[in-house]
Design a binder for this molecule. Structure first.
Ligand code: SF4
Length: 467
């Protein structure tokens, strides 16, 4: 169990709410991402049709995932690469560590990869005496701070520029101002020589094209290119769901991915990797290895979480989520935060791991609205809560309350009766036409806001409307 998980979710969330720096950083960054995305799609009328197309491609690919993966593996091997199949996180770590050991790797530079975070690769490398160096600026910041990413695309979103300046000044021994340009230049200088020293480059993959054996990296800093071309070995580690059939499908995804993530038409760098360096080529690694990671994904193809496998990891659902916007990523306690993170965590670690997190959503639907592949996250969260109940993972108090509530809603007589009682009970708390200062458990509802009282209309009328 990670240290973060020793504190219950309510404690982690409470601490996040009290952290003024975190609140400031989250508000600035998520609001900026939301505005950039909105602006980008508003000037892109074909965007909606492309989102439908992307969703259809993902769905069709999952129907024949095995076929696409075999084709991808064939093409990668024909290009001179080596493909490794990892059923579990442990197997994936073992593959990378074996490569390091057999080839005498001492230093590995990495570009941003949530898949490597998922399998705790950095810790495993360090334990084996290999120094991993993150080269994405956000990842570099959190590596220096000995933290985990708190956002899928912006790992250091929880830090203000002042905090980064302090961190750099301490860790890189200097006096650096809280100026993003200066801080970027400092990181760039520190990292430049690491690329040249490293024996291995480790990346994730945003997509892998089955028809051509192409691994695609989408980045904004150019570090992906250095990681894939300067070290003598390149290892790309990707979840099996990242495979797509063809280059024409890739065009669809590229058109909506960056718009959803950062509001850009395209990311600054789209790197297409096709095997190791070939005879006569001046650049590129001597060896290319592709690790295909399952880690529980394939068993979800027939489950209620299936749609979560469409995820492009753009982060848009995090930015708009009213829960994420308040508590940030670390409070979730696992690699993948936000509403999609709850589903991915359930997928990878089992339903019991999200006993509390399954409720960390208001089910407002904002995540579904912005998702480039229209993943119905709220529906899956409701279904997940149902599973927790049926599997008796949810606390018994919660199960009893919801069972009673269900019975009430299914019986018009019980519903009318309880409504009449509720209307009578609310009387002492209606002030100036609003419900205020509710007692006991209900107090949390009115601590920071007023509620409308039961309408003057009878419950019989309201019930008729509902039916
Ligand atoms: S669920 Fe959708 S919006 Fe959220 S990260 Fe995945 S692709 Fe992006």
């Amino acid at each position: 169990m990670s240290d973060a998980l020793r504190t219950p979710f309510s404690g982690r969330a409470g601490a996040a709410l009290k952290d003024a720096f975190l609140q400031e950083a989250l508000k600035i960054a998520t609001t900026k991402f939301i505005d950039l995305r909105k602006e980008s799609f508003s000037g892109f009328p074909q965007g909606e049709a492309l989102r439908d197309r992307a969703r259809a491609i993902k769905e069709a690919t999952l129907q024949h995932l095995d076929v696409h993966l075999e084709r991808l593996a064939d093409h990668v091997e024909r290009l001179g690469g080596t493909v490794h199949w990892a059923t579990t996180a442990e197997e994936a770590r073992g593959i990378v560590l074996r490569l390091c050991r057999d080839r005498g790797v001492r230093t590995a530079v990495k570009s941003k990869s949530m898949a490597t975070e998922e399998i705790d690769l950095n810790e495993a490398l360090e334990h084996a005496g290999v120094t991993p160096i993150e080269t994405d600026l956000g990842e570099y910041i959190i590596q220096l701070a000995h933290e985990k990413p708190s956002h899928i695309i912006a790992p250091a979103i929880h830090k203000t520029k002042g905090q980064v300046a302090e961190l750099f000044s301490r860790e890189l021994r200097g006096e650096f101002p809280a100026d993003p340009e200066v801080l970027t230049a400092v990181a760039r200088k520190a990292l430049r020589e690491k690329f040249l020293q490293a024996d291995m480059g480790i990346t994730g993959a945003n997509f892998a094209v089955a028809d051509t054996g192409t691994v695609v990296l989408v980045t904004n800093e150019g570090n992906g290119r250095m990681v894939t071309s300067l070290p003598r070995i390149h290892v790309a580690l990707m979840g099996v769901e990242k495979v797509i059939p063809s280059m024409s499908d890739l065009v669809v995804f590229l058109a909506i991915l960056a718009r959803s993530a950062t509001g850009q038409k395209l990311s600054s760098y789209t790197t297409l990797v096709r095997g190791p360096r070939r005879a006569g080529e001046l650049e590129g690694p001597e060896e290319f290895h592709l690790v295909l990671l399952d880690n529980g994904r394939s068993r979800q193809i027939a489950s209620t979480l299936r749609e979560a496998l469409y995820c492009l990891r753009c982060g848009a659902c995090l930015n708009v989520c009213p829960v994420y916007r308040q508590i940030g990523g670390h409070a979730y306690g696992y690699t993948y935060p936000g509403p999609i993170g709850i589903l991915l965590t359930a997928m990878l670690k089992g339903n019991a791991s999200v006993r509390e997190l399954a409720h960390a959503s208001s089910l407002c639907g904002a995540c579904k609205d912005v998702c480039p592949v229209r993943i119905d996250i709220p529906r899956m969260l409701v279904e997940l809560r149902g599973h927790l109940d049926r599997e008796k993972i949810a606390p018994w108090t919660e199960r009893v309350v919801f069972k009673a509530f269900r019975r009430l809603l299914l019986s018009p007589t019980a519903f009318r009766l309880s409504a009449t009682v509720g209307r009578w009970l609310q009387r002492p708390f209606v002030r100036q036409g609003r419900l205020r200062g509710l007692p006991l458990l209900f107090g949390r509802w009115t601590r920071t806001r007023d509620l409308p009282p039961v309408a003057a209309r009878t419950f019989r009328e309201q019930w008729k409307d509902l039916r």
